[in-house]
Design a protein around this ligand. Structure first.
Ligand SMILES: [Zn+2]
Length: 430
Protein backbone atom coordinates (compact mmCIF):
# COMPACT_ATOMS: atom_id res chain seq x y z
CA UNK A 1 0.00 0.00 0.00
CA UNK A 2 0.97 3.62 -0.39
CA UNK A 3 2.77 5.10 2.58
CA UNK A 4 2.71 8.72 3.66
CA UNK A 5 2.59 10.96 0.60
CA UNK A 6 3.85 14.44 1.38
CA UNK A 7 1.76 17.14 -0.32
CA UNK A 8 3.41 19.61 -2.64
CA UNK A 9 2.86 22.38 -0.12
CA UNK A 10 4.60 20.32 2.59
CA UNK A 11 7.42 19.54 0.16
CA UNK A 12 7.95 23.23 -0.60
CA UNK A 13 7.94 24.03 3.13
CA UNK A 14 10.54 21.31 3.75
CA UNK A 15 12.82 22.50 0.93
CA UNK A 16 12.65 26.21 1.76
CA UNK A 17 13.23 25.59 5.47
CA UNK A 18 16.20 23.30 4.82
CA UNK A 19 17.79 25.50 2.18
CA UNK A 20 17.39 28.64 4.29
CA UNK A 21 18.80 27.20 7.49
CA UNK A 22 21.13 24.40 6.40
CA UNK A 23 24.90 24.60 6.88
CA UNK A 24 26.23 24.17 3.35
CA UNK A 25 28.05 26.07 0.63
CA UNK A 26 25.47 28.64 -0.55
CA UNK A 27 27.19 28.74 -3.96
CA UNK A 28 25.43 25.42 -4.64
CA UNK A 29 22.14 27.29 -4.82
CA UNK A 30 23.35 29.12 -7.91
CA UNK A 31 24.83 25.92 -9.35
CA UNK A 32 21.60 24.00 -8.88
CA UNK A 33 19.07 26.76 -9.49
CA UNK A 34 17.67 25.08 -12.63
CA UNK A 35 16.87 21.83 -10.87
CA UNK A 36 15.60 23.59 -7.76
CA UNK A 37 13.03 25.51 -9.82
CA UNK A 38 12.21 22.41 -11.86
CA UNK A 39 11.18 20.39 -8.82
CA UNK A 40 9.71 23.41 -7.03
CA UNK A 41 6.95 23.58 -9.67
CA UNK A 42 6.54 19.82 -10.22
CA UNK A 43 3.38 19.26 -8.26
CA UNK A 44 2.90 15.51 -7.69
CA UNK A 45 -0.33 15.81 -5.66
CA UNK A 46 -2.62 14.62 -8.45
CA UNK A 47 -0.36 11.63 -9.10
CA UNK A 48 -1.14 10.35 -5.63
CA UNK A 49 -4.86 10.26 -6.41
CA UNK A 50 -4.27 8.46 -9.71
CA UNK A 51 -1.89 5.92 -8.22
CA UNK A 52 -4.06 5.28 -5.18
CA UNK A 53 -7.12 4.89 -7.40
CA UNK A 54 -5.58 2.65 -10.05
CA UNK A 55 -2.96 0.64 -8.26
CA UNK A 56 -4.13 0.12 -4.71
CA UNK A 57 -4.42 -3.57 -3.96
CA UNK A 58 -2.51 -4.59 -7.08
CA UNK A 59 0.93 -6.16 -7.18
CA UNK A 60 2.33 -2.64 -7.48
CA UNK A 61 0.88 -1.37 -4.24
CA UNK A 62 -0.63 -4.34 -2.45
CA UNK A 63 -2.87 -3.89 0.56
CA UNK A 64 -0.74 -6.16 2.69
CA UNK A 65 2.86 -5.83 3.79
CA UNK A 66 4.91 -2.76 4.57
CA UNK A 67 3.63 0.51 3.10
CA UNK A 68 5.69 1.99 0.26
CA UNK A 69 7.18 5.16 1.68
CA UNK A 70 8.81 8.16 -0.01
CA UNK A 71 7.06 7.65 -3.37
CA UNK A 72 6.96 11.36 -4.34
CA UNK A 73 10.59 11.66 -3.24
CA UNK A 74 11.53 8.77 -5.54
CA UNK A 75 9.76 10.49 -8.42
CA UNK A 76 11.76 13.67 -7.76
CA UNK A 77 14.97 11.65 -7.46
CA UNK A 78 14.44 10.06 -10.88
CA UNK A 79 13.64 13.41 -12.51
CA UNK A 80 16.84 14.77 -11.03
CA UNK A 81 18.93 11.73 -11.91
CA UNK A 82 17.91 12.21 -15.53
CA UNK A 83 18.53 15.95 -15.43
CA UNK A 84 22.01 15.59 -13.96
CA UNK A 85 22.90 12.55 -16.05
CA UNK A 86 24.07 10.56 -13.03
CA UNK A 87 23.77 6.76 -13.48
CA UNK A 88 21.67 4.91 -10.94
CA UNK A 89 24.78 3.09 -9.69
CA UNK A 90 26.28 6.41 -8.49
CA UNK A 91 23.04 8.05 -7.44
CA UNK A 92 22.88 6.92 -3.82
CA UNK A 93 26.40 8.31 -3.28
CA UNK A 94 25.42 11.58 -4.91
CA UNK A 95 22.41 11.90 -2.59
CA UNK A 96 24.48 11.05 0.43
CA UNK A 97 27.26 13.55 -0.40
CA UNK A 98 25.28 16.48 -1.76
CA UNK A 99 23.06 18.40 0.66
CA UNK A 100 21.22 20.45 -1.99
CA UNK A 101 20.48 17.51 -4.31
CA UNK A 102 19.26 15.41 -1.37
CA UNK A 103 17.11 18.22 -0.01
CA UNK A 104 15.36 19.07 -3.27
CA UNK A 105 14.49 15.41 -3.71
CA UNK A 106 12.79 15.75 -0.33
CA UNK A 107 15.05 13.37 1.64
CA UNK A 108 16.54 13.73 5.13
CA UNK A 109 20.05 12.31 5.30
CA UNK A 110 19.02 9.76 7.92
CA UNK A 111 16.29 8.28 5.72
CA UNK A 112 18.07 7.94 2.38
CA UNK A 113 16.88 4.85 0.50
CA UNK A 114 19.36 2.15 -0.43
CA UNK A 115 20.37 1.21 -3.97
CA UNK A 116 17.91 -1.71 -4.18
CA UNK A 117 14.96 0.55 -3.29
CA UNK A 118 15.48 2.47 -6.53
CA UNK A 119 15.17 -0.76 -8.50
CA UNK A 120 12.06 -1.75 -6.54
CA UNK A 121 10.57 1.62 -7.42
CA UNK A 122 11.24 1.08 -11.15
CA UNK A 123 9.64 -2.34 -10.94
CA UNK A 124 6.64 -0.91 -9.14
CA UNK A 125 6.18 1.73 -11.84
CA UNK A 126 6.70 -0.36 -14.95
CA UNK A 127 5.07 -3.48 -13.53
CA UNK A 128 6.13 -7.04 -12.84
CA UNK A 129 6.29 -7.99 -16.54
CA UNK A 130 9.79 -6.52 -16.70
CA UNK A 131 11.17 -9.03 -14.19
CA UNK A 132 13.67 -11.52 -15.67
CA UNK A 133 11.91 -14.44 -17.33
CA UNK A 134 12.81 -17.81 -18.77
CA UNK A 135 11.88 -18.19 -22.42
CA UNK A 136 13.21 -19.56 -25.69
CA UNK A 137 16.07 -17.78 -27.48
CA UNK A 138 15.11 -15.92 -30.66
CA UNK A 139 17.81 -15.30 -33.24
CA UNK A 140 18.41 -11.97 -34.93
CA UNK A 141 16.38 -11.97 -38.19
CA UNK A 142 18.48 -12.52 -41.31
CA UNK A 143 16.34 -10.64 -43.84
CA UNK A 144 17.89 -7.24 -44.67
CA UNK A 145 15.73 -4.36 -45.85
CA UNK A 146 16.62 -1.63 -48.32
CA UNK A 147 17.76 1.85 -47.32
CA UNK A 148 14.95 3.79 -45.63
CA UNK A 149 12.64 0.77 -45.83
CA UNK A 150 10.71 -0.21 -42.71
CA UNK A 151 9.35 -3.55 -41.56
CA UNK A 152 5.81 -3.96 -42.85
CA UNK A 153 2.97 -4.40 -40.31
CA UNK A 154 2.61 -8.04 -39.27
CA UNK A 155 -1.09 -8.06 -40.14
CA UNK A 156 -1.74 -6.26 -43.46
CA UNK A 157 -5.16 -4.81 -42.58
CA UNK A 158 -4.36 -3.97 -39.00
CA UNK A 159 -4.98 -0.20 -39.27
CA UNK A 160 -8.48 -0.73 -40.69
CA UNK A 161 -9.28 -3.22 -37.92
CA UNK A 162 -8.00 -0.80 -35.28
CA UNK A 163 -10.01 2.05 -36.77
CA UNK A 164 -13.22 0.03 -36.57
CA UNK A 165 -12.50 -0.96 -32.96
CA UNK A 166 -11.68 2.61 -31.93
CA UNK A 167 -14.84 3.98 -33.51
CA UNK A 168 -16.82 1.35 -31.57
CA UNK A 169 -15.29 2.70 -28.36
CA UNK A 170 -12.68 -0.02 -27.78
CA UNK A 171 -9.51 1.15 -26.00
CA UNK A 172 -6.08 -0.49 -25.83
CA UNK A 173 -4.86 -0.76 -22.28
CA UNK A 174 -1.12 -0.82 -21.86
CA UNK A 175 -0.12 -0.69 -18.23
CA UNK A 176 3.34 0.76 -18.91
CA UNK A 177 2.04 3.45 -21.28
CA UNK A 178 -0.77 4.25 -18.82
CA UNK A 179 1.52 5.04 -15.95
CA UNK A 180 4.17 6.79 -18.08
CA UNK A 181 1.53 9.07 -19.55
CA UNK A 182 -0.05 9.60 -16.17
CA UNK A 183 3.33 10.88 -14.96
CA UNK A 184 3.91 12.87 -18.13
CA UNK A 185 0.46 14.45 -17.79
CA UNK A 186 1.74 16.29 -14.68
CA UNK A 187 4.16 18.17 -16.91
CA UNK A 188 1.73 18.54 -19.82
CA UNK A 189 -1.00 19.98 -17.59
CA UNK A 190 1.51 22.30 -15.96
CA UNK A 191 2.74 23.41 -19.41
CA UNK A 192 -0.86 24.02 -20.48
CA UNK A 193 -1.50 26.12 -17.38
CA UNK A 194 1.64 28.12 -18.10
CA UNK A 195 0.51 28.71 -21.69
CA UNK A 196 3.35 26.64 -23.20
CA UNK A 197 0.79 24.33 -24.77
CA UNK A 198 -2.00 26.26 -26.50
CA UNK A 199 -5.60 24.98 -26.31
CA UNK A 200 -5.45 24.28 -30.09
CA UNK A 201 -2.28 22.55 -31.23
CA UNK A 202 -0.64 20.86 -34.17
CA UNK A 203 0.93 17.59 -33.11
CA UNK A 204 3.52 15.43 -34.79
CA UNK A 205 4.06 11.73 -34.21
CA UNK A 206 7.13 9.65 -34.88
CA UNK A 207 8.73 6.45 -33.73
CA UNK A 208 12.29 5.88 -32.58
CA UNK A 209 14.44 2.85 -31.75
CA UNK A 210 15.13 2.29 -28.06
CA UNK A 211 17.99 -0.12 -27.46
CA UNK A 212 18.00 -2.17 -24.31
CA UNK A 213 21.19 -2.72 -22.37
CA UNK A 214 20.18 -6.33 -21.74
CA UNK A 215 21.66 -9.22 -23.68
CA UNK A 216 19.71 -10.67 -26.60
CA UNK A 217 21.34 -14.07 -25.99
CA UNK A 218 20.07 -14.51 -22.45
CA UNK A 219 21.77 -16.70 -19.90
CA UNK A 220 21.88 -20.45 -20.29
CA UNK A 221 20.45 -22.24 -17.28
CA UNK A 222 20.53 -25.82 -18.56
CA UNK A 223 23.41 -28.23 -18.05
CA UNK A 224 23.68 -29.28 -21.71
CA UNK A 225 27.12 -27.69 -22.01
CA UNK A 226 28.55 -29.84 -19.24
CA UNK A 227 27.18 -32.83 -21.17
CA UNK A 228 29.04 -31.75 -24.28
CA UNK A 229 26.05 -30.16 -26.13
CA UNK A 230 26.77 -26.56 -27.10
CA UNK A 231 23.93 -25.82 -29.56
CA UNK A 232 20.89 -26.69 -27.47
CA UNK A 233 17.49 -25.00 -27.82
CA UNK A 234 16.67 -25.04 -24.11
CA UNK A 235 14.91 -22.00 -22.62
CA UNK A 236 17.27 -19.32 -21.23
CA UNK A 237 16.93 -16.57 -18.67
CA UNK A 238 16.41 -13.05 -20.09
CA UNK A 239 16.88 -9.99 -17.91
CA UNK A 240 14.74 -7.84 -20.24
CA UNK A 241 12.17 -10.45 -21.30
CA UNK A 242 9.89 -8.19 -23.37
CA UNK A 243 12.67 -6.80 -25.60
CA UNK A 244 12.56 -7.99 -29.23
CA UNK A 245 14.38 -7.48 -32.53
CA UNK A 246 13.33 -4.57 -34.73
CA UNK A 247 14.68 -2.96 -37.89
CA UNK A 248 16.39 0.44 -37.66
CA UNK A 249 15.71 1.85 -41.13
CA UNK A 250 17.98 4.85 -40.56
CA UNK A 251 21.11 2.89 -39.65
CA UNK A 252 20.03 -0.10 -41.76
CA UNK A 253 20.53 -2.71 -39.11
CA UNK A 254 18.57 -4.74 -36.59
CA UNK A 255 18.37 -3.51 -33.01
CA UNK A 256 17.32 -5.29 -29.82
CA UNK A 257 14.89 -3.43 -27.61
CA UNK A 258 11.71 -1.45 -28.16
CA UNK A 259 10.14 1.18 -30.35
CA UNK A 260 9.19 4.42 -28.68
CA UNK A 261 6.37 6.39 -30.28
CA UNK A 262 6.12 10.04 -29.29
CA UNK A 263 3.47 12.63 -29.91
CA UNK A 264 4.82 16.13 -29.49
CA UNK A 265 4.00 19.73 -30.25
CA UNK A 266 6.28 22.56 -31.27
CA UNK A 267 6.14 26.00 -29.66
CA UNK A 268 6.92 28.45 -32.46
CA UNK A 269 7.72 31.40 -30.23
CA UNK A 270 9.96 29.66 -27.75
CA UNK A 271 11.37 27.19 -30.27
CA UNK A 272 10.79 24.17 -28.06
CA UNK A 273 9.50 20.69 -28.71
CA UNK A 274 7.21 19.43 -25.99
CA UNK A 275 6.47 15.71 -25.72
CA UNK A 276 2.80 15.04 -24.98
CA UNK A 277 2.40 11.29 -25.14
CA UNK A 278 4.75 8.29 -24.97
CA UNK A 279 4.27 4.69 -25.94
CA UNK A 280 7.00 2.09 -25.58
CA UNK A 281 6.01 -0.83 -27.77
CA UNK A 282 7.37 -3.99 -29.37
CA UNK A 283 10.43 -3.24 -31.52
CA UNK A 284 8.63 -4.68 -34.56
CA UNK A 285 5.48 -2.60 -34.07
CA UNK A 286 4.75 -0.51 -37.14
CA UNK A 287 4.48 3.24 -36.53
CA UNK A 288 1.12 3.35 -38.35
CA UNK A 289 -0.36 1.24 -35.55
CA UNK A 290 1.26 3.25 -32.75
CA UNK A 291 0.11 6.50 -34.36
CA UNK A 292 -3.57 5.54 -34.27
CA UNK A 293 -3.44 4.11 -30.77
CA UNK A 294 -1.41 7.03 -29.38
CA UNK A 295 -3.66 9.67 -30.93
CA UNK A 296 -6.70 7.94 -29.52
CA UNK A 297 -5.16 7.70 -26.04
CA UNK A 298 -3.93 11.28 -26.21
CA UNK A 299 -7.40 12.64 -27.09
CA UNK A 300 -8.95 10.67 -24.22
CA UNK A 301 -6.35 11.93 -21.78
CA UNK A 302 -6.62 15.60 -22.72
CA UNK A 303 -10.22 16.25 -23.75
CA UNK A 304 -9.71 20.02 -23.42
CA UNK A 305 -6.82 20.10 -25.94
CA UNK A 306 -7.97 20.54 -29.49
CA UNK A 307 -5.78 18.97 -32.19
CA UNK A 308 -5.76 21.00 -35.37
CA UNK A 309 -3.40 18.87 -37.45
CA UNK A 310 -1.53 15.58 -37.18
CA UNK A 311 1.88 15.62 -38.86
CA UNK A 312 3.65 12.40 -39.69
CA UNK A 313 6.06 10.75 -42.09
CA UNK A 314 4.76 8.32 -44.68
CA UNK A 315 4.29 5.47 -42.20
CA UNK A 316 0.84 6.91 -41.47
CA UNK A 317 -0.08 7.26 -45.14
CA UNK A 318 -3.02 4.84 -45.05
CA UNK A 319 -6.77 5.18 -45.45
CA UNK A 320 -7.61 4.10 -41.90
CA UNK A 321 -5.58 6.98 -40.45
CA UNK A 322 -7.12 9.52 -42.83
CA UNK A 323 -10.62 8.27 -42.04
CA UNK A 324 -10.02 8.40 -38.30
CA UNK A 325 -8.53 11.89 -38.52
CA UNK A 326 -11.54 12.98 -40.58
CA UNK A 327 -13.81 11.52 -37.90
CA UNK A 328 -11.93 13.41 -35.17
CA UNK A 329 -11.87 16.60 -37.26
CA UNK A 330 -8.07 16.67 -37.39
CA UNK A 331 -6.23 17.81 -40.53
CA UNK A 332 -3.77 15.30 -41.93
CA UNK A 333 -0.31 16.48 -42.91
CA UNK A 334 1.25 13.20 -43.88
CA UNK A 335 4.02 12.52 -46.36
CA UNK A 336 2.97 10.25 -49.20
CA UNK A 337 4.37 6.76 -49.12
CA UNK A 338 6.37 5.46 -52.07
CA UNK A 339 3.53 3.30 -53.30
CA UNK A 340 1.36 6.42 -53.57
CA UNK A 341 3.74 8.45 -55.69
CA UNK A 342 1.88 9.95 -58.60
CA UNK A 343 -1.40 8.70 -57.19
CA UNK A 344 -2.72 12.19 -56.46
CA UNK A 345 -6.16 12.99 -57.82
CA UNK A 346 -5.39 16.67 -57.46
CA UNK A 347 -3.49 19.00 -59.77
CA UNK A 348 0.27 18.99 -59.30
CA UNK A 349 1.80 22.49 -58.98
CA UNK A 350 3.08 23.36 -62.41
CA UNK A 351 3.53 27.11 -62.21
CA UNK A 352 7.13 28.31 -61.90
CA UNK A 353 8.81 31.53 -61.00
CA UNK A 354 12.35 31.51 -62.36
CA UNK A 355 12.41 27.78 -61.89
CA UNK A 356 10.93 27.79 -58.36
CA UNK A 357 7.67 25.84 -58.28
CA UNK A 358 4.59 27.70 -57.08
CA UNK A 359 2.11 25.95 -54.83
CA UNK A 360 -1.63 26.07 -55.62
CA UNK A 361 -1.94 28.91 -53.11
CA UNK A 362 0.31 31.04 -55.30
CA UNK A 363 3.33 30.90 -52.95
CA UNK A 364 6.88 29.97 -53.85
CA UNK A 365 7.84 26.55 -52.59
CA UNK A 366 11.00 26.27 -50.49
CA UNK A 367 13.53 23.51 -50.43
CA UNK A 368 14.05 21.77 -47.09
CA UNK A 369 12.65 22.74 -43.71
CA UNK A 370 15.58 24.85 -42.52
CA UNK A 371 14.70 27.74 -44.79
CA UNK A 372 11.01 27.47 -44.23
CA UNK A 373 10.76 30.29 -41.70
CA UNK A 374 12.47 32.85 -43.93
CA UNK A 375 10.60 31.68 -46.97
CA UNK A 376 7.29 31.78 -45.14
CA UNK A 377 8.03 35.29 -43.96
CA UNK A 378 9.08 36.44 -47.45
CA UNK A 379 5.95 34.99 -48.91
CA UNK A 380 3.83 36.87 -46.41
CA UNK A 381 2.48 33.57 -45.16
CA UNK A 382 0.45 33.93 -42.03
CA UNK A 383 1.41 30.63 -40.49
CA UNK A 384 4.96 29.48 -40.24
CA UNK A 385 5.50 25.88 -39.51
CA UNK A 386 8.36 23.71 -38.49
CA UNK A 387 7.96 20.15 -39.51
CA UNK A 388 10.27 17.49 -38.25
CA UNK A 389 9.83 14.62 -40.59
CA UNK A 390 12.23 11.86 -41.43
CA UNK A 391 10.90 11.20 -44.84
CA UNK A 392 9.02 14.28 -45.99
CA UNK A 393 11.39 16.67 -47.65
CA UNK A 394 9.74 19.93 -46.84
CA UNK A 395 6.48 21.71 -46.72
CA UNK A 396 5.31 25.16 -47.54
CA UNK A 397 2.34 26.32 -45.63
CA UNK A 398 0.81 29.52 -46.72
CA UNK A 399 -2.24 29.73 -44.53
CA UNK A 400 -3.44 28.23 -41.27
CA UNK A 401 -3.58 24.49 -41.58
CA UNK A 402 -7.34 24.15 -41.45
CA UNK A 403 -7.47 25.82 -44.83
CA UNK A 404 -4.09 24.52 -45.77
CA UNK A 405 -2.51 24.79 -49.11
CA UNK A 406 0.44 22.57 -48.76
CA UNK A 407 2.56 20.72 -51.18
CA UNK A 408 5.61 18.63 -50.88
CA UNK A 409 8.59 18.59 -53.18
CA UNK A 410 10.48 15.35 -53.32
CA UNK A 411 14.20 15.71 -54.00
CA UNK A 412 13.88 14.04 -57.36
CA UNK A 413 11.86 17.04 -58.47
CA UNK A 414 8.45 15.38 -58.40
CA UNK A 415 5.86 17.58 -56.73
CA UNK A 416 3.25 15.72 -54.77
CA UNK A 417 0.28 17.10 -52.93
CA UNK A 418 -0.45 15.85 -49.48
CA UNK A 419 -2.81 12.96 -49.44
CA UNK A 420 -4.52 14.12 -46.25
CA UNK A 421 -8.22 13.97 -46.94
CA UNK A 422 -9.23 17.29 -45.41
CA UNK A 423 -6.22 19.04 -46.85
CA UNK A 424 -6.90 17.42 -50.19
CA UNK A 425 -10.55 18.45 -50.16
CA UNK A 426 -9.68 22.02 -49.31
CA UNK A 427 -7.12 22.03 -52.07
CA UNK A 428 -9.61 20.56 -54.46
CA UNK A 429 -12.14 23.27 -53.75
CA UNK A 430 -9.70 26.18 -53.64
ZN1 LIG B 1 20.31 -26.94 -22.99
Amino acid sequence: MLGIWRTHFEYQEFVSKKLLSGAYDQGQLIEHQAIISKLWILNLDTLKESIAYRYSNTDRYSNTGRPSEHQPEFFCAFVLMQHLGVPISQWVNKLSNNFVVRTICGFHKSELPCFASFYSFIERIVGPETKPKIRRFKRKPKLKLKQGEKLKPKHPNITQKLKKKILKGYRFNDSVADILNMILSLAVNQSTNLGLVEPTINVSGDGTCILTGASSYGKKICDCKSNGICNCDCPRKFSDPTATWGWDSHNEKYFYGYTGYFISTYDMTRKIDLPLNIRIVDAKRHDSVSAIVSLCEFSDLYPSLNINAFISDSTSDNYATYELLEEWDISAVIALGKSNNGNSRLPVPIAHDNGTPICPGGHKMVNWGATIMTAAAENGAVHEFSVKLNVAMFVTLARPLNMAESSILKPNGIHVLFAGSRVAQTLGSS
